[in-house]
Design a protein around this ligand. Structure first.
Ligand SMILES: Nc1ncnc2c1ncn2[C@@H]1O[C@H](COP(=O)(O)OP(=O)(O)OP(=O)(O)O)[C@@H](O)[C@H]1O
Ligand SMILES: [Mg+2]
Length: 453
């Protein structure tokens, strides 16, 4: 959602709901406060005009009966907060035009207008100020100076009550929004931890009925996915395993055949089939989830021993750069991933280079490079699919099952690592594996604490 001025809604649902609730309730509160105040003013003015009308009538009657000498003394006693009496003609001015003054002037005229001739006019010094002029029975001019008030002053504790009300409202909003969004965050976290090993967090099936229902559905879905995967893996493993026996039988038969060109080709095909079956079983195992526990490893030592193994076998593998860094990973899985990548580099490029650099988050970036033909940009992701091989490599010299990179991706996922391929500028391919750093225990505990809402 986007506001016309280009203002963006906050991305978090928690903030959005909190803003909507708080602004909505504050507006509703403001409106009800305004209605209450308007009603209160209206009622006050009604009461006051009636009261002033009676008071002024009796005061004027009293002043009329007093002797001229006594009138002066009585004036202060007859004055009220909104009007005073002046013995004199008062000030001239324009007709009364302010709404409140008009109401008061009308009520005064109604009250004493029957006995005296009353003239009213506004005093131009402030908005609500007017005077009523009349002559007492003995001809003495009398002026009533009015400052009509629309309301009684507010109590001093009212702002405090309003602030407390607002605080209670914000507190309730926060509680409601948290109650509504927490299960969503938990669900997202549980779905996120549902890795390739299918051992995700189970959601507690407690709380409000909607949440319980969603948690139950999520847990059931998790179980179903695990069951389907297990079934798929079992079928793959069973077929691969059962194929091994007839293949072995066929190899024995080929061995007793006459040693001609056809039997050599058959032997080669059977070798490839055997390889395919073996890789199939391995892939099934990696899908099933690596049971190997993750631990803190010295990456430099692990890769060093791997490079030595290749050098011992007479392969062209060299370091480009290296740093000593500890990472959290499954050692055998990591060895297998790097091994597969180096095998590909050797197979398609003839030689391999290995480089380790530090990642920004303290992890490690491992680059396996070669100067082979590389991979067309459009196929850089597709080669991670099981059994996907580029047409050009479909020859016997570089033959393989096409499962190597699929296994690498699965194992990388199970280690919470990322694996991508990219073509190098001077030609050749580079595989980049980014591993998470070994986080000190205290930092991890703090992060997990703050991550939970
Ligand atoms: N370093 C590379 N240079 C060029 N192409 C590559 C490279 N690595 C992989 N590929 C391409 O990606 C495809 C898939 O690689 P993957 O490792 O999955 O299978 P494979 O090496 O053919 O067989 P396997 O590894 O199962 O023996 C390869 O067939 C090849 O076409
Ligand atoms: Mg390979």
């Amino acid at each position: 959602m986007r506001a016309p001025s280009g203002w963006h809604w906050p991305r978090s649902l928690f903030v959005r709901l909190a803003v909507i609730f708080c602004v909505g309730l504050a507006l509703a509160q403001l409106m009800s406060f305004w209605i209450t105040m308007t009603e209160r003013d209206e009622a006050t003015v009604n009461v006051m005009t009636g009261y002033v009308e009676r008071e002024v009538a009796s005061s004027v009657a009293l002043l009329d009966r007093l002797s001229p000498a006594e009138r002066e003394r009585w004036l202060p006693r007859l004055s009220r907060r909104s009007y005073t009496f002046i013995l004199g003609p008062g000030e001239p001015g324009r007709p009364v035009d302010e709404a409140l003054s008009q109401r008061f002037a009308r009520s005064i005229t109604d009250g004493i207008g029957r006995t005296y001739t009353v003239a009213t006019n506004a005093i131009p010094d402030s908005s609500e100020h007017f005077q009523a002029h009349l002559k007492l029975t003995d001809g003495t001019p009398l002026t009533i100076d009015f400052h009509p008030m629309s309301s009684v002053p507010l109590s001093r504790w009212l702002p405090i009550v309003l602030v407390v009300q607002l605080a209670v409202m914000i507190g309730c909003c926060w509680l409601v929004v948290r109650l509504a969004t927490r299960p969503l965050a938990q669900l997202a976290r549980a779905a996120d931890t549902l890795g390739p090993d299918l051992k995700g967090t189970r959601l507690p099936e407690t709380g409000p009925s909607e949440v319980t229902l969603a948690a139950r559905a999520f847990n059931a879905m998790q179980d179903r996915i695990a069951a389907y995967t297990a079934e798929r893996v079992q079928i793959l493993a069973a077929i691969s395993h059962d194929l091994q026996t007839p293949i072995t039988r066929m190899r024995l038969r080929v061995d007793v055949m006459d040693d001609n060109e056809q039997s050599a080709k058959l032997r080669q095909d059977l070798l490839e089939m055997e390889n395919l079956v073996k890789e199939g079983v391995t892939y099934a195992r990696t899908l099933h989830g690596a049971n190997e526990p993750a631990c803190r490893i010295d990456l430099d030592a692990l890769l060093d021993s791997l490079v030595y193994d290749y050098l011992d076998a007479g392969k062209d593998v060299a370091w480009t750069e290296r740093v000593a860094v500890a990472v959290v990973a499954r050692p055998r899985a990591l060895r297998r991933v790097i091994g597969n990548l180096v095998d590909n580099a050797l197979k398609f490029g003839g030689s391999a280079t290995l480089g380790v650099t530090l990642a920004a988050d303290g992890g490690a970036i491992i680059c396996v490079g070669d100067r082979g033909p590389g991979i067309p940009e459009a196929s850089l992701e597709a080669v991670f699919e099981p059994f996907y091989r580029l047409e050009t490599s479909r020859n016997r010299s570089s033959g393989g099952t096409g499962l190597g990179l699929a296994i690498c991706r699965q194992l990388a996922l199970s280690m919470d690592a990322t694996l991508v391929l990219r073509n190098r500028s001077g030609g050749g391919l580079e595989a980049v594996l980014t591993l998470k750093g070994a986080e000190p225990k205290r930092e991890r505990a703090a992060r997990e604490h703050y991550a939970s809402p």
